[in-house]
Design a protein around this ligand. Sequence first.
Ligand code: UDP
Ligand code: MG
Length: 315
Amino acid sequence: MEKCALYIVVPCYNEQDVLPITHEHLMSLLQRLMAAGMVSDQSRVAYVDDGSTDATWDMLEEYASDEHVCAIRLSANVGQQSALMAGLEAVVDRADVVVTIDADLQDDIEVIPQMLEHYNQGCDIVYGVRRERKTDTWFKRTTALAFYRLMRHLGVNSVYNHADYRMMSRRAVQALLRYRERNLYLRGVVSLMGFDTAHVYYDRAERAAGQSKYPLRRMAGMAVDGITSFSIRPVRMVLTLGIVFLFIALAMLAYVLIAYFTGRAVSGWASIVLSLWFIGGCVLIGLGIVGEYIGKIYIEVKDRPRYHIDQTIIK
Ligand code: UDP
Ligand code: MG
């Protein structure tokens, strides 16, 4: 069998603290794989600098003097998901198979050989799945679990405890690149594509160095993107709620009429004020959800490019 060219795509945003460690590990893995004949000499580690403001790019430039390293610099910070797409688009013509992985080494790179085995057996997508989340904080664990559950409830299929650590064959990457949407939620899109898939399991480690680039605000943003770009159920829920309210209103009307004709005229101020707030709140929630979708349409119809490449070093 022909040896395949493996590209490891790594998005980096202000990762100067962790990059030396990551680079060392990834290169030693790549050398081992090449020496063992599992991948061809054309294999590369491809770093995508997502508009970092620290020394990340300088370091990447230096690493790229090695022929087994590519570096791609985006002109601005566009977020991990779009940075991944930029990396995939840049390498898809050269790579037979691509692994995407975070720069912080939280995902165990030692399962890449296992992923390659699945690839050689004909799988197009191999998901890296965390066995447990011991190293994450309690808060991150619980919110993440709640999120996966909610997504499943809303009818979005995603692989539980799988982030953006996965292997894809060239044709899977080509298929992924055909999704032109800007509100990108890769996990969801990849599981929509079909193809033969497999899972490999690993324990998630602590971040090797540096700070998480996903503060709560960004995590919440990603969750909202994931839900609203895949499911219209929230809109339906508003509709259902509206219908329920209509029935409640009917019941109220009956009650008011009965009270009126039996001469028990209600003083009623409290209940009116209460329901004003209640209904007002519901209307606002509904508007908010609808607005979320309209906002998405607005962004999609503009069909803006997802990123711009500032500089590419590929040998
Ligand atoms: N990242 C990126 N652009 C961003 C934010 C993050 O490319 O705007 C990269 C980051 O460098 C890392 C990966 O996305 O390689 C995951 O980020 P992080 O480890 O901070 O997220 P966490 O593991 O805490 O969810
Ligand atoms: Mg991380």
